[in-house]
Write a protein of this length. Structure first.
Length: 372
């Protein structure tokens, strides 16, 4: 059995928007061959400049660079289809397969934010994803969704049969996202000029992240008792309301915007924070929540989309627009050390449900179903 995996999305630089998808593709490729039967073979298709290698994976590099979205789409749709004769199955690892593909195929869908929050994309990119994702999912033998929430969204929004969609959740690297020695986190605090106690959010600054609700709830906490709130993430779109809310409640001394946080620093940020907050309205999965739990950080998340799946019984889930409920949850985190420790321990248990080996095995199961 020979499986071709389109991983050209790895040719582009991982940004605050694409880092989660890049990580999912990279780790799937890294673990897939090890979980497969001996007579299965894998070829990863990547851009000309991509120097990556993965265990048990043949690398097929294009003759042109595919680091820009336009070049990648042109390659995938016009040239790549003529190079797929040797594959028994094609896996489109990100939303779209070539229109002219006549092989059995599987496609992975991470979320449908381009349908529900189209303002975040250029008109051309939005049109491309809306048309080609729907077409690809309809033609595919199996559709992989990265959470049960996304699976249901794919069924409802794209009109697919539920039994055509497989849920294959991501994992995390326990060697990276783990409790770090106190001396290491203290040195990081000193280097970054961080207080002993602070709360952390990691994600894009945009409306669907629901940060204005978090800030409104934070502003209701007793001012002398507040713990500094740090917002880590690049500016997305329509973020002016976030900074206006900070100004309106005179929170500039307590709420600090950190901009995009490099991936290599994230374990240190999670370990240094006393609490991780994630009030988002819509997530394909919610990887920062998993990473924070794996590092031993208590979490409070929105009771929306996929987030309750990820958090499980750890921390607190709160109705996304209920400001008093958010204030109550934050006050518990502020004053109750027992709650923080219980959330920390339960977070470890919930995080242990996720690993990339399981992701690989579930992906292979989807391949098997597609070839039946």
């Amino acid at each position: 059995m020979h499986i071709g995996l389109n991983a050209h999305l790895l040719s582009g630089k991982a940004s605050y928007r694409s880092a989660g998808i890049h990580g999912y593709i990279f780790n799937t490729l890294a673990h897939l061959a090890d979980a497969a039967p001996d007579d299965w073979h894998f070829t990863a298709m990547v851009g000309a400049a991509n120097a990556a290698h993965f265990p048990g994976m043949t690398m097929r590099r294009s003759r042109m660079a595919t680091d820009s979205p336009l070049r990648r789409i042109l390659w995938e749709q016009t040239i790549q289809p003529w190079q797929l004769d040797d594959f028994d199955l094609y896996h489109a690892l990100a939303f779209v397969a070539p229109v002219w593909l006549r092989k059995p195929m599987v496609v992975t869908v991470y979320d449908l934010s381009f349908l529900h929050y189209p303002q975040v994309l250029t008109p051309a990119r939005r049109l491309y994803l809306r048309l080609f994702t729907r077409l690809t999912c309809q033609r595919a033998r199996r559709v992989i969704a990265i959470s049960h929430s996304t699976a249901q969204d794919v069924v409802d929004s794209l009109g697919l049969a539920p039994d055509k969609v497989d849920v294959v959740v991501p994992g995390y690297d326990p060697a990276v996202f783990r409790p770090l020695p106190p001396v290491e986190t203290e040195a990081f605090r000193q280097r970054k000029g961080l207080p002993d106690r602070f709360w952390l959010y990691v994600g894009t600054l945009e409306p669907r992240k629901n940060l204005t609700t978090l800030l409104e709830a934070y502003a209701r906490l007793p001012q002398p008792e507040r713990v500094p709130l740090l917002l880590g993430g690049g500016k997305g779109w329509q973020y002016d309301d976030i900074f206006a809310t900070i100004e309106r409640h005179q929170l500039a001394d307590e709420v600090r915007w950190l901009d995009y946080l490099p991936a290599e620093e994230l374990p240190l940020w999670y370990n240094s924070a006393e609490l991780f907050v994630f009030p988002s309205l819509f997530e394909g999965f919610g990887l920062p929540v998993l990473e924070a739990m794996a590092c031993g950080t208590p979490v409070i998340v929105s009771d929306a989309s996929s987030l309750p799946e990820v958090a499980g019984d750890a921390g607190r889930t709160v109705a996304p627009h209920n400001v008093p409920a958010w204030t109550d949850a934050l006050y518990t985190a502020l004053t109750d050390a027992n709650w923080r420790e219980q959330s920390r321990q339960q977070g470890f248990r919930e995080a242990a449900r996720y690993d990339w080996h399981t992701t690989a095995r579930q992906t292979l199961r989807s391949y098997t179903c597609a070839l039946m």
